[in-house]
Design a protein around this ligand. Structure first.
Ligand code: PRP
Ligand code: URA
Length: 209
């Protein structure tokens, strides 16, 4: 079974409070989503392998570490996952970005794929699938399945707010995928929204409603 990491750093918890607040408008919501994603990426990349290098300092020769040539891919689940990409890229500018378009059918809550463009070498990359909301888990599970069908192997899932139901669904479908979240909320309501959650992440990011 995969591991669920709750990244409850005080800075993340503080920013998440304002992300949840219904009075936070799209500009501030976007900034907070990026900042939280940057802080979470720090933890998600904690196990990246290092290799030794030597550099000349102004005073002498130093034996140091750099990240060992591992290639990283970030895959936002459209639309709301887009709001997490900038924060991650500011930490890992060399990462390639793939896109998966999945929406939740409002009647059935089932995921529907409408777009997929991934880096050609995804099989060699450590992939971080990002979506702010893990509700029923249908969208994340399907997105990960699509990525695996196209060759992706080393996959982590990074979400900001999760429901217990979504975590269970992803763990059962993809026991090899570790899940990173900033908060696990109480439950889903009858419309499949996370309670208390933060509402519709895509609408709040892009001002559509
Ligand atoms: C939201 C969210 C996830 C999905 C989570 O996307 O960004 O992708 O719902 O729900 P689930 O875990 O029950 O599948 P939505 O379908 O609203 O599309 P959008 O990002 O385009 O707004
Ligand atoms: N998608 C969202 O954007 N929010 C939820 O609470 C559930 C699904």
């Amino acid at each position: 079974m995969s591991t669920v990491h709750v990244i409850d750093h005080p800075l993340i918890q503080h920013k998440l409070t304002f992300l949840r607040d219904a009075d936070t408008g799209p500009k501030e919501f976007r900034e907070l989503a990026e900042e939280i994603s940057l802080l979470m990426a720090y933890e998600v990349t904690r196990d990246l392998p290092l290799t030794d290098v030597e550099v000349n300092t102004p005073v002498g020769r130093a034996r140091c570490k750099v990240i060992a040539g591992k290639k990283i891919g970030v895959v936002p689940v459209l639309r709301a996952g887009l709001g997490m990409v900038g924060g991650i890229l500011s930490l890992i500018p060399a990462a390639k970005v793939g896109h998966i378009g999945v929406y939740r059918d409002p009647e059935t809550l089932m995921p529907v794929e409408y777009y997929c463009k991934l880096p050609p070498d995804i099989a060699e990359r450590d992939l971080i699938v990002v979506d702010p909301m893990l509700a029923t888990g249908g969208s994340a599970s399907a997105s990960i399945r699509f990525i695996k069908e196209r060759g992706g192997q080393a996959i982590k899932l990074m979400c900001i707010v999760a429901a217990p139901e979504g975590i269970k669904t992803v763990q059962e479908a993809h026991p090899d995928v570790d899940i990173y979240v900033a908060a696990i909320d109480e439950r889903l309501n009858s419309h499949g929204y996370i309670v208390p959650g933060l509402g519709d992440a895509g609408d709040r990011l892009f001002g559509t409603r």
